[in-house]
Ligand binder design. Structure first.
Ligand code: ZN
Length: 217
């Protein structure tokens, strides 16, 4: 172990990305107990289709995974992104050879300031390293819309219209993207982002999400 890693571990002891328990020399950022109970998607739940196109999904959004993603988004536990990344990358493997770069659903500048990090960017960067593809910022969120979780499916579609735009200087035209989001619910956010990429000339867009509620999408 490098001296710096040792020192950082002392200051910030590694915790399980799901249950928050202190890790005792275990690898991968998820404790043994949680690893045995990961709610992997199976069958139709592992590949959703919608206006966004196709989306590979690693986990059902429930139990400890739900708590872990909540901690990643709101609990100031950015290290959880690295623990989740191998599962996201494994789900996205079904699209191997279909994308040139990995990109993500961004948070707004205001949210980034509040939170200090963009959880989907961290997920995308960690997964991209495993998928041996570049991680690129291609989109920006222009404003904060009301929280999607408080709205109906129809309201969500209206809510995200015009919220995302190509990031200044992003190389989008003619390229194939893997678009990453943390949780796939109705798919309206993912659809808005995929549409923005396609309208900017992307050759194709496939998606991957860390989790989705069972039977949703
Ligand atoms: Zn755990």
């Amino acid at each position: 172990m490098r001296a710096l890693d040792w020192f950082l571990d002392l200051l910030f002891p590694p915790k399980c990305a799901l249950c928050g328990r202190l890790l005792d020399g275990e690898e991968g950022g998820i404790c043994g107990g949680c690893r045995q109970q990961l709610p992997f998607t199976t069958g139709a739940d592992s590949l959703r289709a919608g206006a966004f196109g196709q989306c590979a999904v690693a986990f059902r959004y429930e139990g400890a995974v739900k708590d872990g993603i909540h901690a990643l988004k709101f609990g100031g536990r950015p290290a959880a992104a690295r623990a989740f990344a191998p599962y996201l990358a494994a789900a996205a493997e079904r699209f191997a050879g279909e994308f040139d770069a990995v990109t993500y659903v961004p948070v707004s500048r205001e949210r980034l300031r509040q939170r200090g990090y963009d959880q989907s960017r961290l997920l995308a960067e960690a997964a991209a390293a495993l998928l041996q593809a570049p991680a690129e910022r291609t989109l920006e969120k222009l404003r904060d819309n009301p929280a999607q979780s408080t709205l109906s499916a129809r309201e969500r579609q209206v809510n995200v219209a015009g919220v995302y735009a190509p990031a200044p200087g992003a190389a989008i035209a003619g390229r194939r993207f893997l678009l990453i989001d943390d949780v796939l619910t109705t798919g309206s956010t993912l659809s808005a982002c995929a549409d923005t990429l396609r309208q900017a000339g992307a050759a194709s867009v496939v998606c991957a999400a860390l989790a989705a509620p069972r039977g949703g999408g």
